[in-house]
Ligand binder design. Structure first.
Ligand SMILES: N[C@@H](CCC(=O)N[C@@H](CS)C(=O)NCC(=O)O)C(=O)O
Length: 225
């Protein structure tokens, strides 16, 4: 039996969605973030030393890292679904987006979250203006332009094809959902990038996405952590 160690409001939502798309049976073990730190509870470290979600188990296998998990389920259970044929150009695009989502898109979104938190963190009153000034400056000069660069890039790629890896929906779209949803939640993605917005609407309309949401619980992205 497949087990998904599911942290609320997290990247493991993507794994539930993939499993729903594939029509596989699975069990969800639930973990709640600490409301102050937003970190996962220590119990998750008993499953994998990093204690970060998603983690899945399948028989005697325990696997972390969402891209690796997606590749594993596609290879083992998809029988050619949700991934372009090996060797095709689309397959290379698929691999690109699987890596890009966590390797390139998420770092600036995570930085955004960190600097937004610095701006609103509790601290002695005399430190506030300095900390807020630095946080605002780093966002304005580095983080926001980087996010805009990535969003423009993604918007341009969606002009080439309906989905990230080509004309067919694939697991690369599932992997890309987290950075795009995080950008829409708190990094300025809006109607100025209509293709990304239409893509978001299209993924939200998928029955498997909705079923995964019902199973995973409330999903209000906090921007990348
Ligand atoms: N690159 C990893 C990131 C894993 C990750 O940072 N997960 C977040 C949830 S979205 C987490 O567990 N945060 C809580 C914590 O770090 O304690 C992946 O894609 O699986």
């Amino acid at each position: 039996m497949i087990v998904v160690h599911h942290l609320n409001n997290s990247r493991s939502q993507r794994v539930l969605w993939l499993l729903e798309e594939l029509g596989l049976e699975y069990e969800i073990r639930r973990y709640q973030r600490d409301p102050d730190t937003m970190l996962a509870p220590p119990e998750l470290r008993a499953v994998h030393p990093l204690g970060k979600s998603p983690i899945v188990a399948d028989g005697d296998l325990t696997l972390a890292e969402s891209g690796a998990i997606i590749e594993y389920f596609i290879e083992r259970y998809a029988h050619g679904r949700l991934a372009p044929p090996p060797g095709s150009r689309e397959r290379l695009r698929y691999t690109y987006w699987l890596h890009y989502a966590e390797g390139s898109a998420m770092p600036p979104l995570l930085l955004k979250l960190v600097f937004q938190r610095v701006g609103s963190a509790k601290m002695p009153f005399f430190a506030k203006p300095v900390a807020r000034g630095i946080a605002a400056n780093v966002q304005r000069t580095f983080v926001d332009p980087q996010i805009a660069l990535h969003l423009d890039f993604m918007e341009g790629e969606l002009a080439k094809s309906r989905w990230f890896a080509g004309e067919e929906f694939s697991a690369a779209d599932i992997q890309m959902s987290f950075p795009v949803e995080a950008a829409a939640a708190r990094a300025g993605l809006d109607a100025r990038r209509p293709r990304l917005m239409a893509w978001l609407e299209a993924i939200h309309a998928r029955p498997a996405y909705r079923r995964a949401l019902e199973k995973g619980g409330p999903y209000e992205l906090i921007g990348g952590a």
